[in-house]
Design a protein around this ligand. Structure first.
Ligand code: ZN
Length: 198
């Protein structure tokens, strides 16, 4: 990219490191940014740096947050005895959008995938089992209905069985291989209401 000056080339190179951004898109974004109002560019850059510097895992549910406890875990109005297990923070956001779920979450930050070498110790399972030593009425497993999601659900249900805690799986209204975050709220709600004990 010698035809661009160094700072423009650097900007394009950094943008092209993002997922799904090829060189053409990176150039398009770079020139868009260069034509943006300076204040907006500063706001974007600050948001990137602040989020990266301050965001960490909630010490209770392991979602990404910028406080010790995320807003859901620190909300006394939520039912802390009902825990919905999801794969990542985006799945949690999808359920939050329905505004019908009143329990709390546990974010695994992944799913078991023997193909990709991701085992039970690579996701936040131990942390889930630790939470279950407290006062919990129900664990709702809402992992995706992909092979990895189903494997993870089965693994978790086997771990929970000996504890005697009620363990349910969301209904299969969610299409196989479907990522929860892309599914509409009605389908999500139906899947939640139709959950069955496992
Ligand atoms: Zn939390």
């Amino acid at each position: 990219m010698e035809y661009y000056s160094k700072q423009i080339s650097d900007l394009i190179a950094e943008l092209s490191k993002l997922p799904g951004i090829g060189e053409k898109s990176a150039q398009r974004l770079a020139f868009h940014i260069l034509h943006m109002n300076k204040d907006d560019v500063h706001a974007l850059s600050n948001a990137l740096v602040n989020a990266r510097d301050n965001v960490r895992y909630c010490k209770e549910c392991f979602t990404l947050t910028d406080t010790d406890l995320c807003p859901i875990c620190s909300n006394p109005k939520r039912n802390h005895k009902q825990i919905m297990v999801v794969e990542d923070s985006r799945d949690m956001a999808a359920y939050e959008k329905t505004q019908k779920y009143e329990g709390v979450y546990h974010v695994l930050q992944g799913a078991i995938s023997p193909m990709q070498g991701i085992g039970p110790n690579d996701i936040r399972l131990k942390e889930l089992m630790k939470r279950l030593e407290g006062d919990v009425d129900e664990v709702i497993i809402a992992t995706n209905s992909s092979l990895e999601g189903e494997t993870t659900a089965m693994y978790i249900s086997r771990l929970i069985k000996p504890t005697g805690i009620k363990c349910t799986r969301i209904a299969s209204g969610v299409p196989v291989g479907g990522d929860l975050e892309y599914i509409d709220e009605v389908t999500l709600l139906r899947a939640l209401e139709g959950r069955t004990q496992i």
